[in-house]
Write a protein that binds this ligand. Structure first.
Ligand code: X90
Length: 276
């Protein structure tokens, strides 16, 4: 039986040596350029171009056909998408699932609306892999992944919300308050899959301490942690060190944000997915 694991490009990374994940790219669009968030995108070049660029920019989600291409001719498709409350990505995935099932009765397809993004999606993909390797049935996998996603969380520290505000995805007044030099917003993906600010922190040290505290409030007790950052390995390293002071045995993996998460998390932004 042919199995396809699929996710949109906000899930960031190629994580498995032994199982392929097909990433469906979102796009970052300016008046000068369209950046397709796939393996060919030079993300750091995009970031320096955006730094110089003063015009309008936005993002666009994949269309139904992009998802259908990723499904290929698999008998079983398992996947996940960025929160349906901030992007149309899940909606096009849902329509693709309908079309695929209609054209291929008997095939099994499930795409989870993660109500989150980035490294929390990474955890979901890892869970799919684990359950496939255990030989679980489609129905068992769907049920277990849904239950797992109830226990995973996403928190973040961001130094700017400009691109969120420009694209109408957060309140402009909030973005202004974060724009002040040295202020980081620590927040989480809410239960509804929106950006929920929790604390304004002055300086990196305070923000990192707040992140650890917020993780504990959300039930963290030493499970898996996945971090993605926008070309700022130092902050990810400092955070890992701080977390390990309290949870010396925790398993932390760090990766780079791809285009979409870099665009919204901006420079200095860090996302943390973890098991609660
Ligand atoms: O459809 C589109 O154009 C894509 C829109 C995506 C908007 C959200 C991107 C989030 C990227 C930034 C920090 C984490 C916020 C988490 C909220 C759920 C990551």
């Amino acid at each position: 039986m042919k199995i396809a694991i699929v996710a949109d490009s906000s899930a960031n990374t190629h994580i498995f040596d032994d199982m392929e994940v097909t990433y469906v790219p979102l796009k970052i669009v300016t008046e000068k350029n369209e950046y397709v968030d796939d393996d060919n995108l030079d993300v750091s070049a995009m970031l320096s171009e955006l730094r110089e660029y003063k015009g309008k920019s936005s993002t666009a989600c994949p269309c139904v056909n992009d998802w259908l291409d990723a499904f290929g001719d698999a008998d079983m498709v398992l996947g996940c998408a960025i929160t349906s409350n901030l992007s149309g990505c899940y909606n096009s995935a849902r329509l693709a699932v309908e079309e695929y099932m209609e054209a291929n009765p008997g095939k099994k397809v499930f795409i989870l609306d993660t109500l989150s993004t980035g490294p929390e999606m990474q955890l979901i993909l890892e869970k799919y892999r684990e359950l496939i390797l255990k030989g679980k049935s489609f129905e068992e996998i769907v049920e277990e992944v849904k239950a797992y996603s109830e226990k995973t969380h996403l928190i973040f520290a961001l130094t700017s919300l400009d691109n969120f505000a420009k694209n109408g995805r957060v309140n402009p007044a909030l973005a202004k308050a974060v724009g002040i030099l040295g202020i980081r917003i620590v927040g989480k993906a809410s239960d509804e899959g929106t950006l929920e600010p929790m604390h304004k922190c002055r300086g990196e040290k305070r923000a990192l301490r707040q992140l650890v505290a917020s993780m504990k409030e959300l039930g963290y007790s030493g499970g898996k942690v996945r971090i993605s950052h926008s070309y700022n390995p130092e902050v990810a390293g400092n955070f890992t060190a701080l977390l390990k002071e309290e949870f010396p045995d925790c398993e932390v993996h760090v990766c780079l944000n791809r285009g979409l998460c870099c665009y919204y998390a901006e420079e200095g932004g860090m996302l943390i997915g973890f098991e609660g």
